[in-house]
Design a binder for this molecule. Structure first.
Ligand code: FES
Length: 323
């Protein structure tokens, strides 16, 4: 089920330790050809190992076509993707990736951009900052990390011409330099678009603060890296009905909808299998999904007309799917 669509073969041209537990990888086309173009906020799917695909944001200049750069945090809490990148992928290796996809684009109508990065969430934010700097756009960036030695790309940012627009915030630093989310987001700002990427707790804190302060939803942009969407003891069996054929497939409590459909010979394209990428989105014609994704906005979830069958389940006995 997990696959890299429209696979591209790339070679690892360099692998660099950027900070504690963070490596960057420079990927070039296997035969030296130009790579597909991308925009700030884009990611690629990387086939880390057989049956294991992960999404990584591109963090080089979108004007470059000779390489993609990604950075990976070694995360012992994940299902092996980051460890695979750190331990198995070496310089000279050939790797299959997807073309760039962008679920986190810059809003062209923004008068000002407020970029908030937590930890490894800096990757798309860095690309955005560099793009905004090139175009002369107005922006402000805050980069929060546990400590200076866990701050990937510190010197690249501090040595850039947009450095005056960036503030670093270290958890182990003096209180006065810590990022005051509530203070900074206290007032919605007309024309300012907020972009946040990082650990779930950081994104949740930023979004809940912004929403409580009245920031309009269209001005809030976010991208999660991973979700905690494993099976839960409260998961129940339910049915899905395929609208085109009327066929009914039972989803046992220990399988996802995607798994149950695959067992019935019905393929749904997936990528992250964690409810963060949106690849598997399927329209729901009847029934009430139990949303477990981090992809949709609260309003989109409340509409109950689509869901992510890689992880979401059902509150009703049956879901009718537009398949
Ligand atoms: Fe990524 Fe379902 S496969 S959201």
């Amino acid at each position: 089920m997990t696959n890299v669509t429209a696979g591209l073969q790339v070679r690892v041209a360099s692998k660099t330790v950027e900070a504690i537990d963070i490596c960057s990888f420079e990927l070039v086309e296997a035969h030296g050809k130009p790579l597909p173009s991308f925009s700030a906020g884009s990611h690629i799917d990387v086939n880390v190992a057989e049956g294991l695909t992960r999404q990584y944001s591109l963090c080089n200049d979108p004007a470059e076509s000779h390489r993609y750069q990604i950075a990976v945090l070694r995360d012992p809490a994940t299902r092996g993707g980051s460890a695979g990148m750190h331990d198995r992928i070496q310089v000279g290796d050939l790797v299959t990736i997807s073309g760039p996809k962008n679920h986190f684009p810059l809003a062209h109508e923004a008068r000002r951009s407020l970029l908030l990065a937590g930890g490894i969430g800096v990757t798309p934010i860095l690309c955005m900052a560099e793009r905004l700097a090139v175009t002369g756009a107005d922006f402000e960036m805050h980069y929060c990390t546990r400590s200076r030695d866990r701050t990937a790309f510190h010197d690249r940012i501090a040595g850039s011409r947009y450095a005056p627009r960036v503030q670093f915030h270290f958890d182990d630093g003096p209180q006065a330099q810590k990022f005051d989310i509530a203070g900074r987001l206290a007032q919605p700002e007309a024309g300012t678009h907020l972009y946040v990427c990082g650990p779930k707790g950081f994104i949740d804190a930023v979004l809940s603060t912004a929403r409580a302060a009245g920031w309009p939803e269209p001005q809030l942009h976010y991208e999660f890296f991973s979700a905690d969407v494993g099976p839960s003891a409260s998961d129940e069996s339910f049915e899905v009905q395929i609208a085109s054929s009327g066929r009914i497939v039972v989803v046992p409590k220990d399988q996802t909808v995607v798994q149950a459909l695959a067992a019935a010979g019905i393929e749904v394209q997936t990528s992250c299998e964690q409810g963060v990428c949106g690849t598997c989105i399927t329209r729901v014609l009847e029934g009430e999904p139990d949303h477990k994704d981090l992809y949709f906005t609260p309003q989109e979830q409340a509409a109950n007309d689509q869901f992510t069958p890689c992880c979401s389940r059902s509150k009703s006995k049956r879901l009718v799917l537009d398949l």
